[in-house]
Ligand binder design. Structure first.
Ligand SMILES: [Zn+2]
Length: 60
């Protein structure tokens, strides 16, 4: 098995990890009720997706 010759320094490790940060997922607003929702997901407030009612909601 290949084994590294030298221990990776903190600086090298941190340089490698400088691109590993996660970014926040895109948050859009529902076109029907205006509540914030994740893109490509059903709106949990009104159950609407792409102008179509796909979920039963308790109110309205
Ligand atoms: Zn909605």
């Amino acid at each position: 098995m290949a084994v590294p010759k030298k221990k990776t320094s903190k600086a090298k490790k941190n340089m490698r990890r400088s691109h590993d940060a996660l970014t926040a997922t895109g948050l859009s607003t529902c076109s029907k009720c205006g509540a914030p929702k994740r893109s490509h997901r059903v709106c949990l407030e009104c159950g609407d997706y792409n102008g179509r009612q796909v979920l039963k909601t308790t109110e309205a």
